[in-house]
Design a protein around this ligand. Structure first.
Ligand code: NAD
Length: 269
């Protein structure tokens, strides 16, 4: 694998586990120094992926680059400012920002009940908005100005296939991911003359530990050797898309949404 990101510094939010971790691993493999992040030190243990964030940072450091581990709520402006200071002190200015933290997480930490358009409680709407939309915006507001000043940078926001069509379960999550995608386009327009590219990756249903632990999975879709593309995605497939958008091979691409969903949203949206 060419080390095309050597000399670059990446920050991947929500990289203590799941897709974020796979993305952080791939950027490190490509030569970047990577700041790992989660909401708490032990969040990586929630679905058994690692004992804590320190263990994740150590595992990612085996690719040869430097790592730093930071914790904080992305929906809290002061916490984001503190994390930026910590990352800059440990690694330097961030060149690649991946906003992966988020999910269909309500106020009590699980999925909202009910999770539909008319019944979802207000406190869950607030929690989802903080975890998905405010968080992404606040992290961009903190990190993109330094990229603009430097005249270079790549931001990748993580959307969802659920943002592309009407759903009856996870409605506010889907609506917020649609907002993340449109914020991506607007931010790309804002910084288009500044050397900073902003894109989104919209994953389809992907086999992370959380995904498998929080639903009944269809065994027919578990086998990645099925060639039909009607299967669950692998975290590494999302990481490949992020790596492409982070690096030089996508240098003329900005404001786009790469749907990595096996063709699930081929027609709508
Ligand atoms: N796995 C899928 O099928 C799938 C599909 C489409 C989109 N996504 C999106 O991909 C991203 C990663 O999902 P995953 O499946 O790896 O889930 P995950 O729960 O394993 O990872 C999400 C991470 O974000 C962190 N996080 C959430 N809210 C946060 C906050 N307010 N502040 C700081 N950290 C916070 C969590 O602690 C966790 O580490 C999410 O944005 C999710 O919506 C996932």
């Amino acid at each position: 694998m060419t080390k095309e990101l050597t000399g670059k510094i990446a920050f991947v939010t929500g990289s203590g586990r799941g897709l974020g971790r796979a993305m952080a691993e791939r950027l490190a493999e490509l030569g970047a120094d990577v700041a790992i992040h989660d909401i708490s030190w032990t969040a990586p243990a929630k679905f058994g992926e690692a004992p804590d964030l320190g263990a994740v940072a150590k595992a990612i450091a085996r690719h040869g680059g430097k790592t730093a581990a930071v914790i904080g709520n992305i929906g809290d402006k002061a916490a984001v400012a503190r994390m930026k200071e910590e990352i800059e002190a440990k690694l330097g200015r961030v060149d690649i920002l991946v906003n992966c933290a988020g999910g269909d997480i309500g106020a009590s930490g699980g999925k909202p009940q009910p999770n539909d358009a008319l019944g979802i409680p207000l406190e869950d709407i607030r929690a989802l908005t903080e975890n998905n939309l405010y968080g992404t915006i606040l992290v961009c507001q903190a990190f993109v100005p330094s990229m603009v000043k430097a005249g270079s940078g790549s931001v990748i926001n993580i959307g969802s296939a659920a943002a592309q069509f009407g759903v009856t379960n996870g409605v506010i999550y889907a609506a917020l991911k649609a907002a993340v995608i449109h914020y991506t386009r607007c931010l790309a327009a804002d910084v288009r003359r500044e050397g900073v590219r902003v894109n989104a990756v919209s994953p389809g249903a992907t086999k992370t530990a959380r995904f498998e632990a929080t639903r009944v999975v269809d065994p027919e879709k578990m086998d990645s050797s099925i060639k039909s593309l009607i299967r669950y995605g692998e975290p590494e497939e999302m990481a490949d898309a992020v790596a492409f958008l982070a690096g030089p091979r996508s240098k003329y691409i900005s404001g786009q949404v790469l749907r990595v969903d096996g063709g699930e949203t081929l027609f709508p949206g």
